[in-house]
Design a protein around this ligand. Sequence first.
Ligand code: CTP
Ligand code: ZN
Length: 154
Amino acid sequence: MSEKTTQLKVSAIRNGTVLDHIPSRSVFAVVDILDLSRSENPVTIGSNLESRTLGHKGIIKIADRFFEDSELGRIALLAPDATVNVIRDYEVVEKKKITLPETVVGIAKCSNPMCVTNHQRVTTRFSTIIEAKKVKLLCHYCEKTTEEFIPLRH
Ligand code: CTP
Ligand code: ZN
């Protein structure tokens, strides 16, 4: 009996950045946080792709774009285990891990409905803390802890 296999291929890029091993549920939030919908570079997005280690994963390829570590730190809350592959002339020349920044400014929403940041045009600011292996956000204004990362829409 012949078995048909269907393979989804996302093409290789010549130069740029490949964000790999992103949890599928976070792919589009990562796109938002890196503001890729406004990018003029070719961007390829894959979600729910098969992965040997994660079951399913997401992948984002951005041609001709190289990110600063500080920009990549913004996705630490959504995809802490993502691999950042730097591609030059079709070769992976560097593999970086995401590092959790000490502060998270302007990208997350405070979960406290009473917080000033939910009532006035104040840029949100949190310190990151790790509790029971989970990243939590301590609000600079109301000092409440936000357990789940809620991206602010820009
Ligand atoms: N990639 C790409 N274009 C290239 C080279 C690599 O898009 N010119 C992508 C690959 O498709 C893969 C990622 O970059 O998703 C990392 O490539 P590579 O290190 O070759 O793959 P793996 O060994 O599977 O990576 P890892 O060990 O991090 O899972
Ligand atoms: Zn707050």
